[in-house]
Design a protein around this ligand. Structure first.
Ligand code: GLN
Length: 536
């Protein structure tokens, strides 16, 4: 079968759920028996989001092969439940880097290198690569940003060209826009949508489907108006009110008949009836009243919750598995250092310290780990969260007052967390960490082995520092258990405390592998312990 293409563009403003909509659409098509692949095209010039502050970009989502990618890939994996690879995300930075390298090699000798055709060709080559590598019957391509951005123009131009190369009948443009409401009257406005479609048409693309996002119900009349002004068919304007439950989005699209609409326009027929029952049950379960457990999430990017997108989702998945509602209370670790925010930590049933980089707020995280240890509050540490748990243990149990990670104190007398040997000679910052899937052997009889219920797991990593093995024996003597180790025994991957209901932390990022239907065992374990504590 020839590959069919579904292009997602965004209009009016960003952050209206284009990624979630694309992911949900992928699910509807997968449920109809198609091999669906997704690809995110990011117009910024960074080679990947790995070097960007989470404040700029939200979470960096890591794939099995170690690609550091856009957080929308997390949505894709959680909805479509596939394992993506490096080809699923590329940026202007990668496109230019490749083109310039080719120019230096002399691949274009004699030619003047231009946006059209050289840059657009490279964009199309990468799309083709993904189609080939995944063997997709339907490729979903999401262009980051908003139509009208200078950066996204070459991408849109490449898609326009691609449409002619693969045939119009094999392509659909889905434009996701935002309908604002005007304060005093609460009137919903379609004008920005009209303008964004006009901008799209000025570069030769007419959308086939418009997904009109809004915070309110969008009535039929408004959809017809959008259809008229934007030159799309009436049934192709899909009203999408903001869903209170993320995982309801595919159900809403399904209810509106979008799955069939898309297949019809692509000249395809469903290979099987979609089974949305598990999703329906999931959403029903989310809505059922349940006892609440409170989790204090002690981080440094808490003002922008997107920075912890996968952590938040993993907590929600695990809460459902435990039949509880999770209330996430965001605590700024730097506040704890100034004696603020402790009321939130103290009334929580669990503490979670996620990953992070740099010294700001680090002492507050160590304090949070200490609090959880001393008060036997369930604790889950993710990457940096494991490292601070070890720092607290060294300082306050082993009495190594100076203990630290050499990331925060280069000359520390007790670098209980230290740079990995293979990291020592690396000077480049981009893409040079220990990244992606690595195996971990679970030690029998430990909490980690119990929650996982298997002897070996593969988990995704993103770090430069590790537990310093010269302290292993001392830690063990005082009740720290190294419950997960690399197969060669060299790297500590999971630690836990013996004398504690649940103080477990991993050097890897379990949140990236949590799925709505397959919550991650380490998170399930945390919320189980939290639930027990809440009962008391
Ligand atoms: N900064 C720490 C390291 O590089 C932790 C990284 C993380 O939490 N992802 O090892």
């Amino acid at each position: 079968m020839t590959t069919k293409y579904l292009f997602f563009t965004g209009g009016v403003v960003s952050s209206v759920g284009k990624g979630v909509t694309a992911a949900a659409m992928g699910l509807l098509l997968k449920e109809r028996g198609f091999n669906v692949a997704v690809q995110k095209l990011d117009p910024y010039i960074n080679v990947d989001p790995g070097t960007m502050s989470p404040y700029q970009h939200g979470e960096v989502y890591v794939l099995d092969d170690g690609a550091e990618t856009d957080l929308d890939l997390g949505h894709y994996e959680r909805f479509i439940d596939n394992r993506l690879t490096r080809v699923s995300n590329f940026t202007t930075g990668q496109v230019y880097a490749e083109t310039i390298a080719k120019e230096r090699r002399g691949d274009f000798l004699g030619g003047t290198i231009q946006v059209i055709p050289h840059i657009t060709n490279e964009i199309k080559r990468r799309i083709g690569l993904a189609a080939k590598e995944t063997g997709a019957e339907i490729m979903i391509l999401e262009v980051g940003g908003t139509v009208g951005d200078i950066e996204s123009q070459p991408f849109l131009e490449a898609l326009r060209q691609l449409r002619n190369e693969v045939g119009r009948e094999n392509c659909l443009f889905v434009h996701v826009t935002w309908l604002p409401t005007i304060g005093a009257t609460g009137e919903i406005k379609t004008k920005p949508t009209q303008h964004s479609v006009a901008a799209l048409r000025s570069i030769g693309i007419s959308p086939n489907i418009i997904i009109a996002r809004a915070d309110q119900d969008v009535d039929k009349g408004l959809c017809e108006k959008i259809a008229l002004f934007c030159d799309v068919e009436k049934d192709s304007v899909i009203p999408m009110k903001t869903a209170d439950v993320l995982y309801e989005v595919p159900l809403l699209l399904e209810k509106l008949g979008v799955g069939e609409l898309v297949l019809g326009k692509l000249g395809l027929e469903a290979k099987r009836k979609p089974n949305m029952r598990p999703w329906k049950k999931l959403v029903d379960d989310v809505r059922k009243p349940k006892p609440t457990v409170k989790v204090a999430l002690v981080g440094k990017y808490v003002e922008l919750q997107d920075a912890y997108m996968s952590v938040r989702e993993a907590l929600k998945h695990a809460a459902l598995a435990n039949g509880v509602e999770v209330e996430i209370n965001w605590v700024h670790s730097a506040d704890l250092e100034k004696d603020k925010g402790w009321d939130i930590v103290k009334k929580s049933d669990a503490v979670l310290v996620p990953g992070g980089f740099g010294s700001r707020g680090i002492e507050g995280k160590v304090m949070a780990a200490r609090f959880a240890r001393e008060n036997k509050v369930p604790y889950l540490g993710l990457c940096l969260g494991m490292q601070v748990m070890c720092i607290d243990f060294a300082r306050h149990v082993l009495d190594l007052e100076e203990a630290n990670s050499s990331e925060f104190d280069r000359g520390t007398e007790h670098p209980v967390i230290d740079l990995m040997i293979d990291q020592r000679s690396i000077t480049d910052m981009g893409g040079t960490m220990r990244l992606g899937l690595y195996p971990c052997l679970l030690q029998k009889g430990t909490k980690a082995a119990t929650v996982y219920g298997v002897a070996k797991v593969d988990e995704r990593h993103r770090h430069r520092f590790e537990f310093n093995n010269s302290y292993r024996a001392d830690f063990e003597k005082r009740g720290m258990i190294f419950s997960g180790l690399s197969p060669d025994n060299r790297l500590v991957e999971i630690v836990e405390l013996a004398d504690h209901p649940y103080m477990v932390a991993s050097q890897f990022h379990p949140e990236f592998l949590s799925r709505p239907m397959r919550p991650h065992p380490l998170f399930v374990g945390l919320l189980k312990a939290a639930k027990e504590r809440a009962k008391k």
